[in-house]
Design a protein around this ligand. Structure first.
Ligand code: CMC
Length: 428
């Protein structure tokens, strides 16, 4: 196959190198386009055809439904590794040895205290503030309490910033929930593993012993592993672009949290459960909602369906669906919303509209049902996604800085007014 792409503009031909990825993905390298053509740009709203970087972190094939981190299949990682091990793999490139993991785990634990003054910020939020807004603001506020992590310059500073954020982010996330519920703000218990700690920080009451349920911890661990990285999605691209101005890790991740909040992205898990509840309220029939999703005059979309990259089953959705069934069986649970979700999926997958557009359930379709079964309130679903995605944001930010990527600054095609004479205020 050719290693050059030829572009013809006004009868003049330009050649651009073709570069191939590990799995034979093909990209046209247009870095020289403006220079050689004298100013021509590409136009690609939503970056549907544009690669913003080369990366060694995650491979996904949307047509075949494949997802791998650093070469390891997501199916294996969810079954054989823990959340923090996968975080290490994603951030540093290799599965940790026992010694490496013990050090990393210990370094994270050593940073799990959050400055007491942060509590004043937490308590300054209205009780009904959405936790995603709180978490974004609190992540940004971390810079004020950790000034050395603001302009990460050396490898040491980078490692320090990474462990600080991995340690403190779940504490802040848990605090946003505790603020909503008017509960005292819990700290981590360093005798526990990462996931058990998240559970106790969310749920432990000062008045009684908190009994950890290993089935729930395992389900949460698996669910959060599935969210750890997903290459150049909206929030990750936001983190990379913010960081490309050389703003520090915490400020960059704060922008990622905000981007994740939207219902076309991470906010979909909350939107899915609200949609399923609305179907239940309406009597449980899914047809009316499918018809609305297909109606071009109705802005309603089937939440948890469709994906920019997956044009086949999202492999994460497949794993989550199985985990959901296992959890419900193990805990002997019953939730009518799970039955509605399964029925909705069946009907949609047979519908010509969804078949033609290759719309399949995505990661958010079943995750909310698991979160709810674990006792997590609906407004916290996207925060759980953010805790899961944190290692991916960190790894992608680190890669961007280590590759010395240039500042992210897209071009545009101006289609506004041409030059015109200013109209004086008195004449308008
Ligand atoms: N329900 C009904 N129609 C849909 C849906 C849906 N969920 N998703 C896409 N379509 C239609 C869309 O109307 C368009 O139809 P047409 O070609 O007739 O104009 C076609 O499918 C292609 O959609 P698109 O909006 O051009 O595709 P996109 O790649 O820009 O958007 C998406 C991807 C995820 C934003 C979109 O599928 C969507 O809005 N899904 C619902 C929200 C959701 O579940 N988001 C979570 C995504 S996965 C996790 C994450 O990223 O955080």
């Amino acid at each position: 196959m050719s290693d050059k792409a030829i572009l013809e503009i006004d009868g003049k031909k330009y050649e651009f190198p073709i570069i191939r990825g590990t799995e034979n993905e093909v990209a046209i390298d247009v870095k020289a386009l403006r220079t050689v053509t004298g100013g021509v740009i590409t136009l690609d709203p939503g970056f549907k055809n544009t690669g913003s970087c080369s990366s060694t972190i995650t491979f996904l094939d949307g047509e075949k439904g494949i997802l791998r981190h650093r070469g390891y299949a997501i199916e294996e990682l969810t079954k054989k590794a823990s959340f923090l091990e996968v975080a290490y793999l994603i951030i540093f490139g290799e599965l940790p040895t026992k010694e490496e993991f013990a050090k990393f785990d210990n370094d994270v634990k050593k940073e799990s205290l959050v400055n007491e003054e942060m509590k004043e910020i937490v308590n300054g939020f209205p009780k009904n503030a959405h936790p995603m807004g709180m978490v974004s603001a609190l992540t940004s506020a971390l810079t004020a309490f950790n000034p050395k992590s603001v302009y990460v310059g050396t490898e040491d500073e980078m490692y320090k910033a990474i462990v600080i954020l991995l340690a403190k982010f779940p504490v802040l996330a848990a605090w946003s929930h505790r603020r909503n519920k008017g509960l005292p703000l819990n700290y981590a218990d360093n005798s526990l593993d990462y996931i058990s700690n998240i559970m106790q920080m969310l749920f432990k009451l000062p008045t009684e012993e908190y009994k950890m349920n290993p089935i729930a911890v395992k389900a949460m661990d698996e669910l959060l592993i599935l969210h750890e990285d997903h290459e150049q999605n909206c929030s990750t691209s936001t983190v990379r672009i913010s960081g490309s101005s050389h703003v520090g890790l915490f400020a960059s991740v704060a922008t990622g949290v905000s981007a994740l909040w939207g219902e076309l992205h991470g906010g979909a898990n909350q939107a899915v459960l609200e949609m399923l509840e609305a179907i239940k309220e309406d009597g449980g029939g899914v047809e009316k909602f499918i018809a609305r999703a297909k109606d071009k005059n109705d802005p309603f979309r089937l939440m948890g369906f469709g994906h920019r990259v997956y044009k086949n089953f999202d492999p994460r959705a497949r794993i989550i669906k199985e985990a959901c069934d296992e959890l419900f069986e193990d805990l002997d649970l019953n939730d009518p919303v799970l039955e509605i979700a399964k029925h909705l999926e069946q009907v949609a997958l047979k519908d010509e509209y969804f078949i033609k557009r290759k719309l399949f359930p995505n990661v958010d379709f079943y995750s909310g049902i698991i979160y709810r079964a674990l006792g997590i309130p609906v407004e916290m679903f996207t925060v759980m996604f953010a805790i899961g995605r944190l290692p991916g944001w960190i790894a992608q930010w680190k890669e961007m800085r280590e590759n010395h990527e240039p500042i992210g600054r897209p071009r545009q095609l101006y289609v506004g007014e041409p030059l015109r004479a200013f109209k004086e205020y008195s004449e308008r």
